[in-house]
Design a protein around this ligand. Sequence first.
Ligand code: UDP
Length: 239
Amino acid sequence: MADKPLYKRVLLKASGEALMGSQGFGIDVAIVDQIAGDIAAAREMGVEVGVVIGGGNIFRGVAVASKGGDRVTGDHMGMLATVINSLALRTSLGKRGIDAVVLSAVAMPELCETFSQRKATAYMNAGKVVLFAGGTGNPFFTTDTAAALRAAEIGADALFKGTQVDGVYSADPKKDPTATRYQTITHDEVLAKGLSVMDTAAIALARENRIPIIVFSIHEAGGFGTILKGGQDCTIVRD
Ligand code: UDP
């Protein structure tokens, strides 16, 4: 393993689903605390960390649309869910003495600050952990795309996508025992093979901005820090 971290500034994306743990809904505080611990370890290494948390543990716009409801309103509800999750993570980071700020793409000044690229960059330069809430602020997008967008805006060296498994596989490892994990793969191959890493818009945005995507298991406590030092199983998507 390398002594120094491989990246100076990273964007961590964790799905909302990861936060609910074994519960069927909502927030499992123990999981949020674990992710906060991983972020704290990265900060101790001197890595600057921005975070995008999804909202799928609480609400997804497509769930409304699939029942004949209004997709845009559903997406607004989904974006609000990401704010709830971000506030939960800020609380966990605060318990560890980590200075974190929530910047929301949707203005709600009583709850948190409103996103701007200049503000985000200034906070990151000052060593704060920046939690990007509210997705992109637009319906019909996902927090994966928000993560790629914010990674590009803050000039992140890498986008860390925390998932249920430890990388990108040739097939679903839960269904196909012959599935193998890629060590590296290009953005183009991910798109051509239709591999479920992140949605297409997110992969395309990362490719255009030459941002590598590190796919790793969010459930491995300490995994984020170990990968930052080059020592753990993961898949690297790069050009
Ligand atoms: N969402 C949105 N615009 C965005 C990001 C998110 O409308 O830019 C909404 C959308 O309804 C989405 C929900 O917020 O389903 C939660 O985000 P996502 O599904 O990406 O969360 P995750 O799967 O990571 O938990």
